[in-house]
Design a protein around this ligand. Sequence first.
Ligand code: NDP
Ligand code: GDR
Length: 350
Amino acid sequence: MAKKAFITGITGQDGSYLAELLLGKGYEVHGLIRRASTFNTHRIDHLYEDPHEENVKLTLHYGDLSDGARLVTLMDDIRPDEVYNLAAQSHVRVSFDEPEHTADTTGTGTVRLLEAVRQAGISPRFYQASTSELFGATPPPQAEDTPMYPRSPYGAAKMYSYWITKNYREAYNLHAVNGILFNHESPRRGETFVTRKITRAVAAIKAGKQEKLYMGNIDSIRDWGYAPEYVEGMWRMLQVDEPEDFVLATGVGYTVRDFLKFAFEAADMEWEKYVEFDERYLRPTEVDALIGDPRKAEEKLGWKASVLTPQLAKIMVENDMKQTEVGGKIWIDAAVNGKGEPLEGFKTWA
Ligand code: NDP
Ligand code: GDR
């Protein structure tokens, strides 16, 4: 019997790669999607299977983390072996504009899903998408035992999810783990996160379609890895028999300014000629520096990031330049390894 996985946030960056990875491993994958007035499944359209066919491996279910009753029904019907809770209002800057909504989705949403698992009387392995934003004001390097000090409504909501996941592990013996993931990016990254905003602008400027790029704080330091490798780490965390929390990171930090340099250089341009400051992208409280210590994941999971930030910037710029060439049509990248070869284990498509 194929293992069954349930993924919230399957339409997001990580959810789409995770679905590919699990389908490649032979799982039956179930994903939660939100009803919207326009299609929101472009990151997973290449994985779509006609539900009228036999042996369908990917099934999408309407629902929302704000709707607990729906989550109970889904857990009871699907009875998954593994649950990955990736859904969230995941934008830190936006969380200052919408703190209550962020608390409801990114915080309370997690306990709704944990409760749904408990009420359905099932005991799947449970992955919670925790974040380096939990460390916030605590200086790097940051590891699993570093004191946490979130600096945004998003970070505070994720803090609740982190602790409620641990609590369900201790209180109900649920096999629940927190993956404390540092920033990870890809050609599928949402367009308003800093890396993708930069690489899309590089492609548009190169093509003569844009003149300037307006940025906020370019002194902050982040540890940017490559998303397909991080979803592989999520899966590995759930294969360990003892549930434990893990940091995933490259272990190397760069400033936003460095990322600008890498991205513009990938298109033979100098960033200083195009970038201007706009205070609207500043945050009321900033997280100055995040650099992870991934040694525990390497020792216990055999996981190590192979794509570092300079190469990541190049992968993203190349993909955005291709997208610009094809007139902004949806162009789904394949997951590759540090040498640009197809990453093992992911479902491939025609
Ligand atoms: P995205 O923003 O790309 O995806 C978020 C997903 O959550 C989308 O599928 C979105 O659906 C869904 N979603 C949002 N609100 C709800 C809701 N109320 N009910 C159901 N689904 C909802 O995030 P990423 O893929 O980048 O990140 C995945 C998870 O990992 C998030 O929880 C994020 O906070 C966390 N994380 C991300 C890191 C990163 O660097 N990428 C680092 C550490 C943690 P829709 O498509 O309809 O909007
Ligand atoms: P982050 O990612 O807040 O780290 O959260 P983001 O890419 O939004 O910001 C990174 C850094 O860049 C600075 N910055 C700008 N950011 C954006 N978005 N737009 C700008 O114009 C800009 N100019 C400068 C920011 O101030 C910040 O310092 C991401 C999300 O994926 C979270 O869900 C996840 O938990 C963390 O990474 C780890």
